[in-house]
Design a protein around this ligand. Structure first.
Ligand code: NIG
Ligand code: FE
Length: 403
């Protein structure tokens, strides 16, 4: 049974803790067998028989659960660096989209790319995420927007999940925007999603979740209700891109439909917060998207005070958030969303796990949980999120193996 010893600070991130308590233990040790944590606690409480087991000396560093990026658009063709320059010169995200750029231009590039090309590119991104300590990634489709190309993206995720050490959780986001060929007949595209794509994806088991972008220029509340209700009938769980650019009713819809998560929420209303408070829905904050678009940050304090758990994720995509650096998003959540380091770490571990319905298996370092953990070259959680270095992660254990 391998043992990690001489840990200066261990964050256990128990799923039952209030978000402000990351279960920190100073002078700790962890033991695992196979892919499962067996014991974690203060070094002085370690069962004496473990003393003869092979030990790894953490040399007084921080140890955390493997990070979970619970909101990404991992797979896409091309990039949109030109739009970054346009936005800096004053064009808004929505103006660029209305002029045919934005998501639509990534749809064109994604349709033109082969499955092999997309897979290679996404695999390199996963390699880099893993080096940052990310061991599980939620990944959305939504740049294909027709049957063949949405299935192509979900197939990339299925293949990568088999081949790559990082675990992938797939979300169908056919309701990202209405593609150009259906623009004058929106109902036909909604029908395609409901009657063709959702049944096919459910049948093939290609996605666990269904998401919809509820916003001006994307999908109305009524359209999203129809699409997501159909997805639920087929056994998919619900996520919503809600209230990102305006107070558009997305959070209310998430509460109404019992969504697992409501994501973005930069412009959530008071009523939206109240609705989420009683719903069990997790709020997913995406500070990198706020940063790159120069938009508001999600009101984390109001949500947490209302009792809504707040996850922290990157939103990695070629438009609003081209960085996959989850620790950067975490430091930004501290500074710009006024979340404490413990709230943020829980937000990128056990609360993120809850946003993908997996908090009973991952996101905590407790007996029975998956042996996914990270040795961070810092003496404490506070020091790590405060100092921010390009990559403080020096070792990643995934499924009980060093990767
Ligand atoms: O989460 N809001 C919608 N989707 C993405 C952006 C996608 C893009 O710009 O390509 C987001 O920000
Ligand atoms: Fe997104």
């Amino acid at each position: 049974m391998p043992i990690l010893r001489n840990i200066a600070q261990l964050a256990t991130c128990p799923s039952g803790n209030p978000q402000e308590d990351a279960g920190l233990i100073d002078n700790a040790a962890v033991a695992w067998t196979g892919d499962t944590i067996r014991w974690a606690g203060p070094a002085g409480d370690m069962p004496p028989e473990y003393n003869s087991e092979p030990a790894i000396d953490c040399e007084r560093r921080l140890v955390i659960p493997g990070l979970i990026d619970c909101h990404t658009h991992l797979c896409f063709g091309g990039w949109r660096a030109d739009e970054f320059a346009q936005r800096i010169a004053g064009a808004s995200y929505q103006e660029i989209a209305a002029a045919g750029g934005g998501i639509s231009s990534t749809v064109t590039a994604t349709r033109a790319a082969s499955l092999g090309e997309l897979r290679r590119k996404a695999s390199l991104t996963l390699d880099a995420m893993l080096r940052l300590g990310v061991t599980t990634v939620e990944c959305k489709s939504g740049y294909g927007l027709d049957t063949a190309n949405e299935l192509k993206l979900l197939e990339v995720y299925r293949l990568l999940n088999q081949a790559h050490p990082v675990d992938l959780v797939a979300t169908f986001l056919g309701a990202h925007v209405v593609p150009a060929e259906h623009r004058n007949l929106r109902a036909r595209y909604v029908g395609l999603l409901c009657d063709e794509l959702i049944p096919a994806i459910a049948r093939e088991g290609l996605a666990q979740f269904c998401d919809a972008f509820v916003e001006n220029g994307a999908f109305t509340v009524a359209e999203a209700r129809r699409i997501l209700s159909r997805a639920a009938e087929y056994g998919l769980q619900i996520k919503i891109h809600a209230d990102q650019l305006s107070d558009f009713g997305g959070a209310l819809l998430a509460a109404e439909l019992g969504a697992v998560s409501a994501e973005h929420l930069e412009y959530i209303s008071k009523e939206g917060i109240e609705a989420l408070a009683g719903s069990g829905t997790v709020a997913v904050s995406l500070p990198l998207a706020s940063f790159y678009l120069g938009e508001a940050y999600l009101p984390a304090r109001e949500l947490l005070t209302a009792g809504v758990p707040v996850a922290v994720a990157t939103d990695f995509n070629p438009g609003s958030a081209p960085s996959f650096h989850l620790p950067l998003a975490m430091t930004m959540a501290c500074v710009n969303q006024h979340m404490t380091p413990q709230e943020v770490l829980n937000g990128a571990t056990t609360v993120a796990a809850r946003a993908i319905s997996a908090s009973d298996r991952i996101g905590s370092l407790l007996p029975g949980y998956k042996a996914d953990l990270v040795i961070v070259d810092m003496p404490s959680l506070n020091q790590w999120l405060y100092q921010f270095v390009p990559n403080a992660c020096i070792k990643v254990l995934k499924n009980g193996l060093w990767v």
